[in-house]
Design a protein around this ligand. Sequence first.
Ligand SMILES: Nc1ncnc2c1ncn2[C@@H]1O[C@H](COP(=O)(O)OP(=O)(O)O)[C@@H](O)[C@H]1O
Ligand SMILES: Nc1ccn([C@@H]2O[C@H](COP(=O)(O)OP(=O)(O)O)[C@@H](O)[C@H]2O)c(=O)n1
Length: 230
Amino acid sequence: MTESTHPLVVAIDGPAGSGKSSVSRAVARRLGYGYLDTGAAYRALAWFVRDRAIDPADTDAVIGALPSFDYAIGTDPDDPAVSVGAVDVTEAIREPAVSAIVSAVARVPAVRAHLTALFRSIAAGVDRPGIVVEGRDITTVVAPEAEVRILLTASEQARMARRSAEISTQSAQTVADQLRSRDRADSQVVEFMSAADGVNTVDSTHLDFEQTIGAVIEVINTRTARTSHD
Ligand SMILES: Nc1ncnc2c1ncn2[C@@H]1O[C@H](COP(=O)(O)OP(=O)(O)O)[C@@H](O)[C@H]1O
Ligand SMILES: Nc1ccn([C@@H]2O[C@H](COP(=O)(O)OP(=O)(O)O)[C@@H](O)[C@H]2O)c(=O)n1
């Protein structure tokens, strides 16, 4: 048997506030893997479009911006810095103004194809034994052949409560309304509310953060043990 040369891919999808970023990052850190937040790229493109005063609903203009979208992201789970050209946008892409337009940019098929190619190339080039890649379509489109594929879910109530605990500049009601409408818009483009064939579901509604990390690592251990005996 020949040793695999590509990094082991752990693909994690789920709705907003399910814990994808925080849990994936913690899992990557514990396993010594790289970490790729794909939502950051869609957010950075939305930031870029806004910065250039492009109407996010103008599909042709958004596609026209792609060649000059100079995006970079770190795959170190301790420093997943995001930049566009020379600008560090790590914080700016989390602003509500960016969240409000990101789904409009993400629904454009040419944008998805462009970023999917970028994600595959970043994942293949990581200098670690594995990489945790998280988003909405990783288990189904970006890395359907990944060794480990997980849908991370939590009840709507738990997700809204977690997200509103993080955001102090908006009321809990506003955060919940925006999250719900973003999930609705995103679900029209990709399926991330139910697990595709072969995808393991981890429901964190009644798990705390540490237990969720444990549940994800357990799936990874089970799947990789199975793969190595195939
Ligand atoms: N199992 C859990 N129990 C409680 N809080 C959690 C759990 N998982 C994640 N969180 C918290 O919920 C918030 C949203 O998580 P995040 O990773 O940003 O979600 P996503 O990337 O899916 O939008 C974060 O503050 C995170 O620390
Ligand atoms: N693989 C992905 C990841 C994100 N996205 C888009 O990018 C947005 C931001 O993703 P995110 O992961 O930062 O969102 P949160 O769930 O963390 O709020 C989503 O609302 C989707 O519109 C996507 O379309 N496909």
